[in-house]
Design a protein around this ligand. Structure first.
Ligand code: AMP
Length: 208
């Protein structure tokens, strides 16, 4: 099964991708995580990547593809944060077509803008196990690690990321709708409920 999770920043794509990974054994491919790891390496490539991420802008496609190339070799995956524009969507198509594969389903998680802003500006993340909290908190309930905040979760950058989403990523809804593989889920509800709805959708499609 090959899935794409679409949705604005803060829609809960990462949380749902982790749940899909656990339930269906899919590889969770998050371009945001790949890019953050690159930044941590603190070399010139990492610095270049950081300069875009810190401003809430998209990392240029050429850089992204170079970092992503090997990851798409996984047979069954859920994509989180990719594709983010039409060029990336077309390139993904090309890569899969060459292997005789396709995307089974694209799930668009719909969330209102004010909910996104609230969620992201108070998002705390566990650097050890990846658990996400949308409330001020010091330590992770799962593993006890000290929680941290993302550089790009401050209000100005969040607003920029929403603007970038509307301009570059939102058109993908139409792109995948025309291909007949887009489904919507409401994202203003609890992560558990969203997941139930996604599983329900997948079963209905008979691809789970
Ligand atoms: P995310 O973790 O998905 O919210 O992504 C964090 C940041 O990483 C974004 O604001 C972009 O700067 C960058 N990024 C993630 N995925 C992509 C992508 N597919 N194309 C370009 N930039 C990306």
């Amino acid at each position: 099964m090959r899935l794409i999770l679409l949705g604005p920043p803060g829609a809960g794509k990462g949380t749902q991708a982790e749940k899909l990974k656990q339930k269906f054994g899919l590889a969770h491919i998050s371009t945001g995580d790949i890019l953050r790891k690159t930044v941590e390496e603190k070399n010139s490539l990492g610095e270049k990547v950081r300069s875009f991420m810190d401003k809430g802008e998209l990392v240029p496609d050429s850089l992204l593809f170079a970092l992503l190339e090997n990851k798409l070799k996984e047979g069954n995956f859920v994509l989180d944060g990719f594709p983010r524009n039409l060029t990336q969507a077309k390139k993904l198509n090309e890569i899969l077509e060459k292997k005789g594969e396709n995307i089974n389903l694209v799930i668009n998680i719909k969330v209102d803008e004010e909910v996104i802003v609230k969620r992201l500006t108070r998002r705390f993340i566990c650097p050890k196990c990846g658990k996400i909290y949308n409330e001020e908190k010091e330590r992770c309930d799962n593993c006890g690690a000290k929680l941290s905040r993302r550089n790009d979760d401050n209000l100005d950058i969040v607003l920029k990321r929403i603007e970038v989403y509307k301009k570059h990523t939102y058109p993908l809804i139409n792109y995948y709708e025309e291909k007949g593989i887009l489904r919507h889920v409401q994202g203003n509800i609890s992560p558990e409920k969203i997941f139930q709805n996604i599983v329900f959708l997948l079963k209905g499609e008979k691809i789970a």
